[in-house]
Every structure is written in C-alpha cells, then in structure tokens.
Design a protein around this ligand. Structure first.
Ligand code: XLS
Ligand code: CA
Ligand code: CA
Length: 439
C-alpha cells in the first residue's frame, strides 16, 4: 500500500474502483439536486482526534506519533496545523473544528502566556486558511480537561472556576469570530453530576443558563451572526450530563429563553448512548426547529461508551441525510467527523483511509437519501397515513376549530367502524433495501 507522502490528492474514481486511496462515492464538485456535493455535505476535520489523538487508551500509551519531530511546543503546534491543512487539501475537506487547547500549548499555570500563544496560533491559522482556501466551521472551549474543571465549568460549585470558564470561552469566541466560524459549540464537558448527594442541581442549571446568556450577548456584541450550539450527550464523563439529549436541551433552552440563538450539534454516538437512534435525535431537532450541525461518527453496539468510530453504516447515513435534506440542509452547521482511527490503525495512511470511508459513506447516504425522496413511496405512505387530518373532524383538529365536547359528541355518534390501517413496517423497510440495490 502507498505511503501517506505518496498520496497527493484523493481523487473520485467511482464505485468500481479498487484503489484504496480514492473516493468511490464522494465527488466534491458533482451537482446533485442543484448543489455541489461538497456544499450539501460541508465536511469538517476534527482537530482533537485527527491532529492530536495518538492511540492511547485506559490500558496503554501512544501507538501513533503526532509530535512531528518538534520538541519546541509552539513549533510543534504549527507543524500540526501544517499537517491539518495538508490533510484537508488531500481529502478535499473545506472546513475544520477545534477546541482552544487542541491548537496551542495551554498552560493552566500561566494564563497570560497561554492567551498570547493562542493568539499567535490563531494568526497562523488565519494565514493557512487563506493559503489553502479553507474555513473554520466552529470552535469550542475545552472546559473539562484541566483539573480546575473536575466538578464542571459553568456548573462548578466554585465561582472562580465559573470565571475561568468565561475567560476561556471569551478567548475562543474571539478566535472563532476572527477565523470566520459560523457556529460555536458548547458540549457539556463535565456539566452534570456524579451524585446528587453533593449537588445543587437547580443552582447549577440556573448558572449554566446565565453563562450561555453572557456568552451569547458577548458574541453578538462583537458581530457574531452564527449559531450557538449545545451538543447533547447523556453520560460520560459524568454519570448524568445536563444536556442529556435533544429533547432535554430543547426544554432547557425554552425554560431559559435561549431558543432562536441556540440550536444543536447532534453526534451519532451520543444519540445511541442516550438510547436513541441517530435519526430520532435529528428528527427531534428538526420538528423543534433547532437543527444546525452534526458530529459524524458511530458507536459500537457491543460497547457501552463513546467509541467515536468513523461512520461506515450506510443505513445510518441514509436516514441522517434524509433528515438533513428535509430540514433544508446545512446553513451555519456542517458535518464534522468527530471520529478517530482505532488504536490499532496507527499510521497516517489509516487517517486517510478512515476519512475516505466516512466521507464515502455519507456521500452514498446523500445520493440514496435523494433517491429515496425521488422514489417517493415512503413519503407518500406517511402522507396518506395521516390523511384523516385533511378533512372532516381531522381538519377541524388540525386547524384548532374544535373542542373536547364536540369531539366526544362526534365519537359517540360516529357511524363508522373505527379501524386503523396497517403500519406496514416490513414493507417500508423492504423499500429502503430496494432503493439501495436497484440499478
Ligand atoms: C465529547 C464531545 C466533544 C465535543 C466538543 O464527547 O463529542 O468532542 O464534540 O467538545
Ligand atoms: Ca462531539
Ligand atoms: Ca463523542
């Protein structure tokens, strides 16, 4: 197999190609339904996994070297950035995402020097973005890794930690605005609890809502027009995360008047950890008007944690892209590969192969989702199934023109035998297979 350095650009060679370093389904500039594939999919590279993760797990150290032969930390982080943009070029990825601490050497004991280093790297990223014609999709602040955040950040029992969180979010927001990010992510980190015995849940929720409100007001005052995104996750690292799932986030945003500015970034592996399907979370976001962005990956049904694998399941991506299309496509959001190569896939070639697999699976998902919509059988079935709401008493319900008494009277005197038609699940599932495999 070729070495990483030998691969200049991953080209689209079509489904019959056997070339490992070629796209079989992702053809970036091919127009599908009036839009280029790259615009439909808005693929983004995740800095933390791709540029920093080095294969370590609970039982062993690094299996990959991502130090780029640089002992000097600032030089190393610049080399990492060079690698990131080179990789995006090779893969035709237009966007990237990072946490503050992914891109520079954060020193919790010297905040002033840290901010200076962060600014220097942001300058460097700005130059690379122009040179390589790449964009920042979103940034976020890592307010969970350092010991100071062991009991949460905006939900910490210590107000000094709340203030430290504000400093980090302000700096990352400034970077996000400078680099043109169109969204800003707040994943819960350690915003949750391990035991109620030491937790004032009401105060913590009020505090984190205040934090989000302040962050929003600051960013808007600096001209940020993008989306603020919560990223639901039910557990890990805490036993119970406050941003459990999309429905929980919606309730929180509604309670604290944050809907409109705030939407969600939905991660596939977080959906399954919450006991939901990925498409359930996407649909919940769509019907509540909070859909914005996706963290693409998949979990392993045999493992109970957040494995962040590259997505290769076609059914997942078809259902996902179906929801994205129905939601009107990505606007400020995009499709970030929050995914890492397995510990045993420890070469730079594996990074390319993993992205190719993930991007092709989503490209195929996009193609098949449109095929499903064009085929029309599923949408037609659903439409007909609810036809009783288009006339008679159903229409009155839909248009808020009836009440409980009238309905009770209607039901009592209804001359029709009340029956519900078959849901035909097996037939509908067979349509999906038919759409996938028909020539
Ligand atoms: C962790 C999350 C995290 C967010 C960004 O589980 O997925 O990586 O996406 O902080
Ligand atoms: Ca994520
Ligand atoms: Ca994850």
């Amino acid at each position: 197999m070729k070495r990483y350095e030998e691969i200049k650009k991953v080209e689209y060679l079509g489904p019959n190609s056997k070339e490992p370093f070629a796209f079989k389904y992702y053809n970036p500039d091919e127009v599908i339904h009036g839009k280029k594939m790259r615009e439909h999919l808005k693929f983004a590279l995740s800095y933390w996994h791709t540029i920093n993760y080095s294969g370590t797990d609970m039982f062993g150290g690094d299996t990959e070297d991502k130090n780029f032969n640089e002992a000097d930390l600032m030089k190393r982080y610049k080399a990492k950035a060079d690698f990131a943009f080179d990789l995006m070029d090779k893969l035709s990825i237009d966007y990237y995402c990072f946490h503050d601490v992914d891109v520079y050497p954060y020193d919790p004991n010297d905040l002033k020097k840290s901010l200076k280093n962060f600014n220097e790297i942001v300058d460097y990223l700005e130059v690379l973005q122009k040179k390589h014609n790449k964009k920042l999709l979103w940034a976020t602040s890592n307010n969970f890794g350092d010991k100071a955040f062991m009991a949460g950040a905006a939900t910490s029992p210590n107000a000094d930690v709340f203030a430290l969180s504000a400093l980090k979010v302000k700096a990352t927001m400034d970077a996000n605005i400078r680099l043109g990010g169109t969204a800003y992510v707040f994943w819960g980190g350690r915003e949750g609890y391990d035991t109620l015995l030491n937790t004032d849940m009401g105060l913590e929720l009020d505090n984190i809502a205040k934090f989000f409100t302040m962050a929003r007001d600051y960013a808007r005052s600096k001209g940020f027009k993008g989306d603020f995104l919560l990223e639901p996750k039910p557990k890990e690292p805490t036993k119970h995360q406050y941003d459990f799932d999309v429905a929980t986030c919606c309730n929180f945003l509604r309670t604290y008047n944050l809907l409109g500015d705030f939407k969600v970034n939905i991660e596939a592996n977080h959906a399954t950890l919450a006991g939901h399907t990925f498409e359930h979370e996407l649909r919940t976001a769509r019907v509540n008007g909070v859909f914005s962005s996706i963290d693409a990956n998949q979990g392993d049904p045999m493992l109970g944690w957040d494995t962040d694998q590259f997505p290769t399941n076609i059914y997942d991506t078809i259902y996902c892209m179906y929801e994205v299309i129905k939601a009107g496509g990505f606007v400020n959001g995009g499709l970030n590969f929050d995914a890492k190569t397995r510990r045993q896939s420890n070469t730079f070639e594996d990074i390319l192969l993993a992205y190719i697999a993930g991007m092709d699976t989503f490209a195929l998902g996009l193609r098949l989702a449109y095929k499903l919509i064009d085929d029309g059988r599923i949408d037609e079935f659903v439409k007909n199934r609810y036809d009783s709401y288009n006339h008679g008493i159903g229409l009155k319900i839909k248009e808020n023109k009836t009440n409980l008494e009238e309905l009770a009277d209607y039901a009592l005197n209804n001359p029709n035998k009340v029956t519900v038609d078959s849901g035909r699940q097996e037939y509908l599932e067979s349509i999906i297979n038919n759409v996938i495999f028909e020539k």
